[in-house]
Design a binder for this molecule. Sequence first.
Ligand SMILES: Nc1ncnc2c1ncn2[C@@H]1O[C@H](COP(=O)(O)OP(=O)(O)O)[C@@H](O)[C@H]1O
Ligand SMILES: [Mg+2]
Length: 236
Amino acid sequence: MKWRKSTGLVPSAPTRGPTAPGTLARVSEHGIVPTTVPEERTADAYLRLSAHLLLESERRNVHTIGVLSAVPGEGKTTAAINLVACLGRARGRRGRALLVDGDGRRRTLSRLMADGREGPRTKPMLVATSFENVDFLSAPAPESGPTIHTPSAWTETLTALAARYPQVVVDCPSVLEDPEGVVLRECVDALVVVVRAGSTTRGMLRRAIGRAADRVAGVIVNGARTSRVAPVGATL
Ligand SMILES: Nc1ncnc2c1ncn2[C@@H]1O[C@H](COP(=O)(O)OP(=O)(O)O)[C@@H](O)[C@H]1O
Ligand SMILES: [Mg+2]
């Protein structure tokens, strides 16, 4: 059975300050923290996607959600934070949500959320975050020389995490840049695909999804111009 998909249009034009569109988080001296006054349309888009995922996960026993896109800069990491922040704030859910840095080459989240803490960088580190009910698992610093993980290694790790966390959101690598993204895409229960308005082509989107179309639970159109923002949550 195919997923019903949820589309969220997220506005662009990042401004400095507490209500920057497109993101529910900001970088501070303490790492990534929630924005004090979340921009309403962005929050609604991600709450809608969270509602969709929570509903579908209760129906289908889905725990691990990969956020992926074709190339860097389309907004995967931003989307993964926004999504897990909203999942963590869902009232009535059991347990905590987990954000995983699955992009071991770039380590955007790990650098901001874990590298300042004590502990060896060569191992994944599990830390609490400033987001309500959200923990974070860092990616270890890359080994020298090219390497990827096997699908069974990812599946084993994600299964162990899903036993502790009802929702695990994985910030995946760009599928067209890093072969690890191709592996990870196959190992999560559901996918949220991020496209950048005005730059992601149909061909890129097709290659980003590959043969996983039946596991795409949501599409985020990132950087939509305010004038073009339509009601979010339209079913594809
Ligand atoms: N909706 C948005 N509006 C404006 N800027 C955004 C939006 N989403 C992401 N960005 C910015 O775009 C850049 C790339 O985003 P990022 O999430 O790191 O992409 P990726 O993980 O796909 O490489 C970051 O500087 C981020 O702050
Ligand atoms: Mg990223």
